[in-house]
Write a protein that binds this ligand. Structure first.
Ligand code: PMP
Length: 335
């Protein structure tokens, strides 16, 4: 008899999916790691688990304690599920600009949710700084104490991706992987997977797919962090400062990807391959095509299928929203 004994055991060990249209288009074998299958519905469940386990090991997180985090939503969903399962409390600080569906999900899960106005990273009102102050407040006022998850700089984030996501990709491809590419929110996925793959084979080419106008494309192309000018509608990725996790990423090549370029891949995936995924997956798919074009045919490239599309239905799959942004509208949603 085989069964998981708690929800933490449902995290990770996700399959690789052959992406047919991207592969046929490029002559490469393009594979997506099905992170949307994690119990919280995204790649960020791994980060949440890695941060909690590290804080338990260090003794910082005590039984019944609180985990506080600033998040675009998915890490908050993972942390809240795990806090519920493991006997902790959770508080989530999130910019109000994020999708209604993620806000609804966090409320559904019973998160202590704090929505804050959008602010730039160098302002004190930015959601990351707000969450750090909230963690300090709880740490001093609650008997169980509180920790700040700090996913952007916390090395436990990249470590879990190195030890699980990256090692899984190596094993699942039998070591026959030529390239890996993904977008960056905290950099945990890119730093962890690139570290694991390069340790096995330094010739594996690592790419970053950055949404148009975000700052990491310039950082990895010419070493300068140019101010963000982005207006991408994609949530959870596209940053304008170098996080502790980004600093550990081993990147060979960078691509800047517009929403106009990326979204058609997402719509085609839904219509012809039966999968409805979120916007960061679109950027990743476009990045995989660009990397395939750079490497040439007959290579195996892996990317991340980050989360489900219904988490963004009111934006990504809303014809009025897309039309107002001047973005392509999927044929079956045309008005
Ligand atoms: N896609 C989605 C939907 C996300 O929420 C995030 C994290 N914010 C990412 C991709 C990026 O992952 P990472 O934080 O590991 O860079």
């Amino acid at each position: 008899m085989h069964y998981a004994t708690d929800v933490t055991q449902l995290i990770g060990n996700t399959p690789l999916l052959y992406l047919r249209q991207l592969s046929e288009r490029t002559g490469c074998r393009i594979l997506g790691k099905a992170e949307f299958l994690n119990p919280g519905g995204s790649v960020k469940d791994r980060t949440a688990l890695g941060i909690i386990r590290a804080a338990e090991t260090s003794g910082e997180l005590r039984p019944g304690g609180r985990i506080v985090e600033g998040t675009a939503g998915n890490t908050g969903i993972g942390l809240t599920l795990l806090a519920n399962a493991l006997g902790y409390k959770s508080s989530v600080v999130m910019p109000i600009s994020q999708s209604k569906e993620k806000i609804d999900t966090l409320e559904l899960l019973g998160a202590d949710l704090h929505l804050v106005p959008a602010a730039s990273y160098n302002e004190q009102g930015h959601y990351i700084h707000t969450s750090r102050r909230l963690a300090e407040k709880y740490a001093n006022s609650e008997p169980g104490g509180a920790i700040w998850a700090g996913q952007f700089d916390n090395p436990a984030n990249m470590a879990i991706h190195r030890d699980t996501t990256g090692e899984e990709i190596w094993t699942q491809t039998g070591g026959k992987v030529d390239g890996f590419i993904c977008a960056v929110g905290t950099g945990g996925t890119l730093a962890g997977v690139s570290t694991a793959l390069k340790a096995h084979n330094d010739r594996i080419v690592i790419g970053i797919a950055d949404p148009l106008g975000a700052s990491l494309y310039s950082y990895f192309s010419n070493g300068r962090v140019e101010p963000s000018t982005g207006s991408s509608i994609v949530e959870g990725i596209g940053i304008n400062h170098i996080t502790g996790n980004v600093a550990k990423a081993k990147v060979d090549t960078a691509f800047s990807i517009s929403d106009e370029e990326a979204l058609p891949y997402l719509f085609d995936l839904l219509q012809h391959e039966g999968l409805c995924l979120g916007g960061s997956t679109a950027i990743n798919m476009a990045g995989a095509v660009r990397l395939a074009e750079q490497l040439g045919p007959d290579h195996t490239i892996v990317t991340i299928l980050c989360d489900y599309g219904n988490r963004y239905q009111s934006k990504l799959f809303n014809p009025v929203f897309l039309q107002n942004k001047g973005l392509p509208v999927p044929s079956w949603l045309e008005i």
